[in-house]
Design a protein around this ligand. Structure first.
Ligand code: ZN
Length: 188
């Protein structure tokens, strides 16, 4: 951040009185611009032994497969955001949705919240996708998944499905992804 969004003067990075970490503080109006993690919400649509994935039409990771997800908007709930992203990316609706996976990704200041739900009716291709497709476990393009969280969620989902037990898990993405893709995920 270089300029104050309130008055357009320059900002400085400094620790405000009574605080314990540096913030951008306006040199002119002295407003403190707090920056906090962003929330990404998504939903894994499932039908029978298959899951619905979308191939990304936008960077980053254009052409790679992902679970419908995106940044939460102001004024919506986590579930509403996940369902909106599912409509936007896969032109799909889900029913019987459940909270499923939570991820802390502190090095890029993001929190991910994923639901799962049964595909309700048809699906299509949203403007941010090149293609949407149902995959069974042995059809998953493991080396062409867009992000570590996608690998984690899919590995766990098919394991959970075998046990018919879908616990809510909190974790950091990564180790499973590294087994499948030789790509250094670094947005910092
Ligand atoms: Zn200002």
């Amino acid at each position: 951040m270089k300029y104050c969004s309130e008055c357009a003067a320059a900002v400085s990075l400094k620790v405000p009185d009574g605080d314990d970490r540096p913030r951008y503080v306006c040199d002119h109006c002295e407003i403190i611009h707090y920056q906090n993690p962003r929330v990404v919400v998504g939903c894994l649509p499932t039908v029978g032994d298959k899951v619905l994935l979308c191939r990304r039409a936008i960077e980053p990771r254009l052409g790679f497969w992902t679970i419908p997800a995106g940044f939460m908007e102001n004024g919506e709930t986590m579930l509403a955001g996940a369902l909106r992203e599912t409509r936007e990316e896969a032109d799909a609706k889900v029913k019987n949705e459940s909270l499923y996976r939570l991820f802390d990704i502190p090095h890029i200041n993001q929190v991910y919240v994923f639901f799962r739900g049964e595909l309700d009716g048809d699906f299509g291709i949203g403007p941010e996708s090149l293609e949407s497709r149902l995959f069974s476990e042995d059809e998953i393009p493991w080396s062409e998944l867009a992000f570590p969280v996608v690998t984690d969620i899919l590995v766990d989902y098919f394991d959970d499905r075998r046990r018919n037990d879908y616990p809510i898990r909190l974790g950091k993405p990564g180790p499973l992804w590294a087994e499948h893709v030789n790509w250094n995920f670094d947005h910092s």
